[in-house]
Design a binder for this molecule. Structure first.
Ligand SMILES: [Zn+2]
Length: 282
């Protein structure tokens, strides 16, 4: 680690940009990330917020049902937070999709005896991406887990962030976990793993027809159904304006710059969303 920082610092004298990169990476390496916060969504439903995707914890008399498990390095801290709200073991883990910031703890979960469930396409994406911690059970349209008299549903509404995004319902709490179908201010569309901007809005429309009040997004603070509607409307605007750029015959570089200037696209979107979006909107 120190060696690589030294090399980065040596390169940094070349340009201001690399100097800044080296500085931030070095700074990141020295700072400890802040501890997770455990947010109460309802008396028996919690959200563990911090680096990686949001982890929902649903407490029942027969054990906990957990949604997503951040990165591998976060396993102990996730389990410590679960212990704050129940003395029962984690029985089921549902992954909202395959990305490593939502499935990173899977291997350790399996070793701890937890059954992992996720959409069939998400499992296939894990195989393609050679991600560790493979589930034994998948579903396609809908799945129901009933534990300690409490029900959780995982439902598939179509492509969006990837081709394997599950929306998790806690019917008794009128709450859903959206995974990265709702995350941040600008969406990431993972085209190499079946994501689609055109299908994304339809998928969100189908979710919005369902009965719920509260939304745990893939990352960040708990939201309302009205905020999910706003997110969907903004995505519709993004789609319309991006389509306009594509149909005006703008170059890939110009469209990339347009998306950054108008919709805050970062390096991840430029890498994973730009080519696929241009091809899809032509
Ligand atoms: Zn994701």
């Amino acid at each position: 680690m120190n060696k690589s920082i030294g090399i980065r610092v040596a390169f940094a004298s070349l340009t201001l940009v690399t100097t800044f990169t080296a500085f931030t990476q070095q700074k990141g390496g020295l700072e400890l990330p802040p501890p997770f916060s455990l947010v109460k969504v309802a008396d028996d439903l919690y959200n563990i917020v911090g680096s990686g995707g949001n982890v929902a914890v649903y407490v029942t008399d027969e054990g906990a049902i957990v949604i997503d498990d951040k990165f591998e390095r976060n396993f102990d801290e996730i389990m410590a937070n679960v212990k704050k709200v129940t003395d029962k073991p984690v029985k089921y883990l549902i992954n909202t999709h395959h990305h490593g910031d939502h499935t990173g703890g899977n291997s350790k979960m399996i070793a701890a005896g937890v059954e992992i469930l996720l959409h069939k396409n998400a499992r296939a994406n894990m195989v393609t991406g050679k991600l560790p911690g493979m589930s034994r059970v998948t579903f396609t349209d809908e799945m129901q887990v009933v534990l300690g008299g409490k029900e959780v549903q995982a439902r598939y509404f179509g492509r969006g962030h990837t081709n394997g995004d599950a929306v998790i319902f806690f019917p008794a709490r009128r709450t859903i976990h959206m995974g990265d179908l709702m995350a941040g201010t600008t969406p990431l569309i993972d085209y190499p793993n079946g994501g689609s901007l055109v299908e994304f809005t339809k998928t969100l429309d189908a979710v919005l027809k369902c009965d719920f009040d509260t939304v745990i997004p893939g990352h960040g603070a708990v939201q309302t159904k009205a905020e999910l509607q706003t997110y969907r409307d903004n995505l519709g605007k993004l789609q319309a304006r991006a389509r306009e750029q594509v149909r005006l015959g703008k170059s890939k570089e110009e469209i990339g710059q347009f998306m950054t200037a108008n919709f805050g696209w970062g390096a991840q979107q430029q890498r994973m969303s730009l080519d696929g979006m241009i091809a899809e909107l032509k």
